[in-house]
Design a protein around this ligand. Structure first.
Ligand SMILES: CNc1ncnc2c1ncn2[C@@H]1O[C@H](COP(=O)(O)OP(=O)(O)OP(=O)(O)O)[C@@H](O)[C@H]1O
Length: 223
């Protein structure tokens, strides 16, 4: 099946989720900014390292470690650099997926190459931009799109292992559509269009207007 994401056409082997508002068309794009986002897991993917973003885009959200790709850098280089800068560690990162998003507040296309690592070296360290924390990957994050009920019932209290579960209610609204694919190492691509922020100037308050995520053949942009 061929899926048109407004900027690229994707040959999807399986549609794991569909458009929320099929009547809307994708918003117009005139510029693109390339980003990376890197997630570190433990050996069995039962734990994931996230960071609380302390400034800039997505401030107050938990996320992987990443940022803009500099001129002359490959996304893979940038992913390693950002992981070092923001969490103080290195890892054997592998490409995991591609996320395209736009927002009415900032109409350029944010093109994010997503990586995952199953190991790390160095000491996990808080930076000016991110406060790292290990979270437990709940069983529902292995089986499919994260249910809204799980987000509502999320508890701030750490379990017996001393960890809190992944806080999807404090992450970008689209993360719940693709996180299970990241956990399962199933390559994916998707697009999300956010609307006008409910709080003026605060991108984090923007509603999710239209989205699509699917698995892809092959290994994605770097593969
Ligand atoms: C909409 N859904 C989303 N879901 C998951 N992650 C998202 C995201 N939207 C943006 N992101 C990530 O947010 C970071 C911003 O990076 P950002 O701070 O702007 O870049 P950089 O570190 O270069 O900043 P400075 O220019 O140094 O301030 C970067 O990791 C990027 O991948």
């Amino acid at each position: 099946m061929l899926v048109n994401l407004g900027v690229v056409e994707v040959d999807a082997t399986e549609v794991t989720s569909g458009s929320a508002n099929s009547g809307l068309s994708w918003s117009h794009i005139d510029k693109t900014q390339l980003y990376t986002n890197g997630f570190i897991f433990n050996e069995n993917s039962t734990k994931v390292l996230l960071g609380l973003k302390k400034r800039g885009l997505g401030c107050g959200f938990y996320n992987g470690f990443g940022g803009k790709v500099n001129p002359g850098e490959t996304p893979a280089d940038a992913a390693l650099r950002e992981l070092q800068e923001e969490a103080g560690i290195s890892s054997n990162l592998a490409h995991a997926g591609t996320l395209l998003f736009t927002s009415a507040a900032d109409p350029k296309l944010h093109h994010i190459e997503i990586y995952r690592g199953d190991d790390w070296s160095g000491e996990i360290t808080e930076s000016e931009e991110m406060r790292p924390e290990w979270f437990r990957v709940p069983s529902y994050a292995r089986s499919g799109v994260i249910p809204t009920s799980a987000i509502k019932e999320w508890s701030d209290v750490p379990g017996e292992d001393g960890l809190r579960t992944v806080p999807f209610g404090q992450m970008w609204a689209d993360d719940r559509f693709w996180f299970h694919l990241l956990v399962a190492k199933r390559p994916f691509i998707g697009r999300v269009d956010f609307g006008e922020p409910l709080v003026k100037g605060d991108l984090n308050s923007a509603p999710l207007l239209k989205w699509w995520f699917g698995e892809v053949n092959g290994k994605g942009a770097d593969g």
